[in-house]
Design a protein around this ligand. Structure first.
Ligand SMILES: [Fe+2]
Ligand SMILES: [Fe+2]
Length: 166
């Protein structure tokens, strides 16, 4: 079960949320929360956006949920290497449990673009890339005081995109 109350969303994500290895993400810190909670958040907002745009939202939601499905494969690497390498690990781990479509593989592989050099091939991949940026910045700002949070949110959104553009 996720913390979101949308029944259709729950139906789409529940088979993945039951995977034991995926539940190990609950014990990994990611942007100050758990990687599990971050992944569910990215999945939920990708679901909302792709549904509003009348895209194949089931396909997008599954890929968004799996976009950071890596455990400790990249811990020995530098920060930049980790940023570049973890999408490949996520595709590999996700493929053990889900028969990923080509589009889903692209969504996961390119969610760090342009840190990873190949650009997204599909609109759906751009959506998850942007939702992931918003989620990362929101989560990083969440624990700050309310009056400071909005300004920091905007500032960090631009910083994240500046860093990714380099
Ligand atoms: Fe990621
Ligand atoms: Fe992410």
């Amino acid at each position: 079960m996720s913390n979101y109350t949308d029944e259709e969303f729950e139906r789409i994500v529940s088979p993945i949320l039951e995977i034991e290895e995926f539940n190990r993400l609950k014990f990994i810190t990611h942007h100050g929360i758990t990687r599990f909670d971050h992944s569910v958040r990215v999945a939920y907002f990708s679901y909302k956006v792709s549904k509003a745009l009348k895209l194949d939202y089931k396909e997008v939601t599954e890929a968004a949920l799996l976009h950071d499905f890596f455990l400790d494969e990249v811990n020995h690497e530098s920060r930049v290497e980790r940023l570049r390498h973890h999408p490949e690990c996520a595709v590999k781990n996700a493929s053990k449990y889900v028969d990923l479509t080509e589009k889903q593989k692209d969504i996961i592989k390119t969610h760090m673009f342009p840190v990873t050099f190949a650009p997204p091939k599909y609109l759906e991949s751009w959506i998850v890339d942007l939702v992931d940026d918003f989620a990362a910045v929101y989560e990083s700002c969440y624990r700050m005081k309310m009056e400071f949070r909005s300004a920091m949110f905007l500032f960090m959104f631009f910083v994240v995109n500046f860093v990714k553009m380099r």
